[in-house]
Ligand binder design. Sequence first.
Ligand code: FUL
Length: 480
Amino acid sequence: MRGVSCSAFRAARVVVALALFAAGCQTLPPPPAPYGPVPTAAQLAWQQMEYYMFVHFGPNTFTDREWGDGGEDPRVFCPSALDCRQWAETARQAGMKGIIITAKHHDGFCLWPSRYSRHTVRESGWRDGTGDVLRELSDACREAGLKVGLYLSPWDRNHPSYGSPDYNDVFAGMLAEVLTDYGEVFEQWFDGANGEGPNGKKQVYDWPLFHQTVYRCQPQAVIFSDVGPGCRWVGNEEGRAGETNWSRLDTFGLQPGHIPSPEVLTSGHILGHAWIPAETDVSIRPGWFYSRATDSRLKSTDELRDIYYSSIGRNSNLLLNVPPNRAGRIHPSDSLRLLEFRAAIEADFRHNRLAGATVTAGNTRGEAACYAADHLLDDDFDSYWAADDTVRAVTLEITLPERTTFSRLLLQEYIPLGQRIAAFDVDYWNDEANDWTPLASASTIGYKRILRFPDTTSDRLRIHIRLALACPILSTVALY
Ligand code: FUL
């Protein structure tokens, strides 16, 4: 009897211990609640693409103009050796994740045989009017594992109905064609330009109709315009996002063409009501379209590298324009420059100096291992360090395995829960001064922030988050 009750007692103790353990698990803090607007799954996937190619191609390529007036003879469009596979292969080797093409620029010429226009590849005579650039490009991109995006200018200097309500239906019809016939589209790029058509009239664009058409045909497509709704223009064509760059924007009363100041587009709004991250579009050449005159005027590798840091390094995607020539191929100088640029970036990020480092945080959410600072060093974007809900300022301290020299710090917020950090400082331990020495101060982080500073040698680094709008959550810290 006694023996039985003893083992019953032991069993009871195990049950109690298990119950306590389970209760302990249940008291683990829940993940932080989302703060403010957050990206949709499509916007997150878009942000993670980071870098893709813009292709300006059309009659302007053959007339050496930036803006065709729509009166061009369609037969000027006549690439002698169009090779979209070469574009896709170039983009892939450059490390890009997709290609966005000017399916229709302001001159109205359609790179596909649209039913809604008489100013298309069909009328060009190229390949006896049977060619379709969108078909070739979308096939080539799929083969190369790249995503496809489409630029369509609502401003149309050729279409006879431009300037009348009918044109909105024409444009929506064109959109439906390109968004139905060529597979998945990751981004629909709307140019906000709104000039006069062939009869001197301006169009009142039906943006709700255009947006509905995109979402009906391609629900996952991210819509670019000056003011979103999927992503926004960065406010300049120089490759520069703001040092402060919120992925949030207030767009009340705004629409493409009626936009906030460039400074606002460059920096976003700290408390903007919508998640509308910035996309930085810039050309590798002085113009958007190919011109022989610019063959020797490509941006240098150093300029492109600076653009990388001022776009991707400042919480923006980079859409780099590489215009094909009259043959319909990317010029060898552009291809070479893209490869040099990729090599320069890869060299910059080859060795993460935080391999083997340890990080401690002044606060960890519920002191729970699942939110601990060591998640900052793994390669998993979805694991993160988070602080308690009440925390707005906190310090992370990093100890490297040995003294090493570095000049770039990369940080990522876990943006599926919103953008939170508004100000932070970075210090390093200075052996000579036997004290912490300031290295950098910055404002926003967002999806990715990369700080550059002079070569610094140390084995300790401190990141002091001075202000977060809600408890800070970081996914990644890396040092190069
Ligand atoms: C602008 C256009 O007017 C330029 O030609 C170019 O396409 C640029 C990307 O967008 O609005």
